[in-house]
Design a protein around this ligand. Structure first.
Ligand SMILES: [Zn+2]
Length: 155
């Protein structure tokens, strides 16, 4: 961290402590060149993931909702909770790669993509209850893919 007074790069952290209720780290620094002391704050750069619903309403991405959706679809099926959690993580990762703002249809399609390889019954259930598609053709595409007999991998 460069010294704000003499612009030397050689500064030393003399104290670190939690600040802002643990949301930040406050560091006391000491410039080795001019002895100036200054403070820096380190924070997580959190980019929120926003889901745009069909109504146009926006809400923060909620991983728990994805888990609940998969759980409902996989009820009574040989899909472990661990597997469901990892599917939800895969969906969240896919959405974060897509951008800061995704549509509920994109989330639904990502869940379908994830389920297709895991359990055919859960996949069809999710597809049949999923109402978030912006475009009916997305849904048609999924169903026709299934009808073509994309065999789910056995795990
Ligand atoms: Zn300095």
């Amino acid at each position: 961290m460069r010294c704000p007074v003499c612009h030397a790069d050689d500064t030393k952290v003399v104290d670190s402590r939690a600040a802002d209720d643990g949301g930040a780290i406050r560091r006391r620094r000491h410039c080795l060149a001019c002895s100036y002391r200054f403070t820096t704050y380190e924070r997580v750069e959190e980019v929120p993931l926003v889901v745009v619903k069909r109504s146009g309403q926006k809400e923060p991405f909620d991983r728990a909702k994805v888990v609940a959706g998969i759980q409902a679809a996989a009820k009574g099926r040989p899909v472990s909770q661990e597997r469901i959690e990892s599917l939800a993580t895969a969906v969240e990762d896919a959405m974060r790669v897509t951008g800061h703002e995704v549509t509920s249809a994109q989330v639904g399609l990502a869940v379908l993509d994830a389920l297709r390889d895991v359990d055919e019954v859960a996949y069809v259930r999710f597809a049949s209850v999923y109402k978030g598609f912006d475009d009916a053709s997305d849904f048609q595409r999924e169903i026709s893919l299934l009808a073509k007999g994309t065999a789910p991998k056995r795990r």
